[in-house]
Ligand binder design. Structure first.
Ligand code: NAD
Ligand code: DAU
Length: 340
């Protein structure tokens, strides 16, 4: 398919955003990407080194909360793909204010600018966490596009708010939009504060893996490349004002089992597990029914969890130079988070 649109990708130096840019420019070399990223602790231009001199790629360092900057960039943009956010639940518990600034105010500034600049389409990347928490051991209970919102952490409340703003701009002002609410991603370039990369890198450093509470909480894991293909299909679907939920697993795997799988692949024993104080308001279970995107757009995950986990572990083993400085620079956060 010929793809010549100019995309404004926000948060393209983060985990999913950088995987998406690499995916998109490989598949659609005629397309242009402007990457607007504030380079917070989570943004890392090393992820994009392979395309940094590519003529169709432009990086702009700055915040989505800077209205003047956003207005200047939006001029030449056909579609916005909005990833930029504060994304870590534990950080939102320690310091919620920045989550409201970036995730709510930042999204509002982008929407306003997209509208006034007649941008053709706005795609908003959101999360399944906006739907709240499902009970454990209820396989029939799943999130879908019609599940009522019930966010329970400052992070998910800020993401829920941004989803509502996107829909409000569609309904009230006619802005063409789509939203994807995706489950937990894992894979290359994920900041080593999230469970899977934290576990892998701790094990590599001979440190124990902190498991919150009893470790029986459940997440619906999706390999990041499969998230990119879902966004691609949605960006090419002829459906505005539409939402898709995106998920990965077909059965529940509790956190403790994920950690045991990682330990097994890495040849280490379960004595490396350390149960620590639970996360306040910890959501018990996420599970996504992604039949709408499967039926309407033909999407399904292509990588099994076992395969994705092995690829991810291998990547972190080969790329210590990528994650080691990030962990070293964030010791203050780790100390604060795990000394509760
Ligand atoms: P991340 O934390 O790895 O990256 C976020 C990026 O946004 C970073 O590059 C950061 O520098 C940038 N950023 C932060 N504040 C900014 C600002 N004010 N202006 C411009 N850029 C800013 O996050 P991620 O895991 O890649 O998540 C990307 C998006 O996907 C987020 O919207 C998140 O809510 C959503 N999401 C993530 C997951 C997941 O499992 N990681 C799952 C579902 C949805
Ligand atoms: O569901 C999608 C969401 O997934 C995204 O919107 C968020 O941006 C992303 O961070 C992720 O949120 P979680 O809170 O589910 O991910 P995290 O990796 O932080 O935690 C996964 C599970 O593991 C959760 O139940 C908490 C637990 N956990 C996490 C850490 C960091 C631990 O037991 N120990 C830990 O040290």
């Amino acid at each position: 398919m010929q793809e010549t649109r100019t995309l404004l990708v926000t948060g393209g130096a983060g985990f999913i955003g950088s995987n998406f840019i690499l995916y998109w420019l490989k598949k659609y070399p005629e397309s242009k990407i402007i990457n607007l990223d504030a380079l917070t602790y989570a943004g890392n231009l090393a992820n994009l080194r392979s395309i940094q001199n590519y003529p169709n790629y432009t990086f702009v360092e700055g915040s989505i909360t800077n209205k003047e900057l956003v207005d200047n960039i939006m001029d030449d943009v056909d579609a916005v793909v909005h990833f930029a956010a504060e994304s870590h639940v534990d950080r939102s518990i320690l310091d919620p204010g920045i989550f409201l600034q970036t995730n709510v105010i930042g999204t509002h500034i982008l929407l306003e600018s997209a509208l006034t600049n007649n941008v053709q389409h706005f795609h908003h990347i959101s999360t399944d966490e906006v739907f709240g928490s499902l009970p454990l051991n209820t396989p029939e209970a799943q999130f879908s596009e019609t599940t009522p919102y019930d966010p329970r952490s400052p992070y998910s409340a800020s993401k829920a708010s941004s989803d509502h703003l996107v829909r409000a701009y569609g309904e009230t002002y006619g802005l063409s939009y789509t939203i994807t609410n995706c489950s937990n991603n894992y894979g290359e370039y994920q900041f080593p504060e999230k469970l899977i990369p934290l576990a892998i890198t701790n094990i590599m450093d001979g440190l124990k893996v902190p498991v919150y509470g009893d470790g029986m909480q459940v997440r619906d894991w999706l390999y990041v490349q499969d998230h990119c293909t879902a966004i691609d299909l949605v960006l090419h679907a002829d459906k505005s004002s539409n939402t898709y939920v995106v998920g990965g697993l077909t059965e529940d795997v509790p956190n403790i089992e994920i950690v045991k799988m990682i330990l097994k692949i890495m040849g280490k024993g379960e004595d490396m597990i350390e149960f620590v104080t639970d996360r306040p308001g910890h959501d018990k279970r996420y599970s996504v029914n992604w039949s709408k995107i499967k039926t309407e757009l033909g999407w399904k995950p292509s990588v099994s969890f076992e395969e994705g986990l092995e690829k991810t572990i291998h990547w972190y083993q080969e790329n210590r130079h990528w994650w080691e400085p990030l962990k070293a620079a964030n010791q203050e956060f780790f100390k604060k988070n795990y000394s509760k």
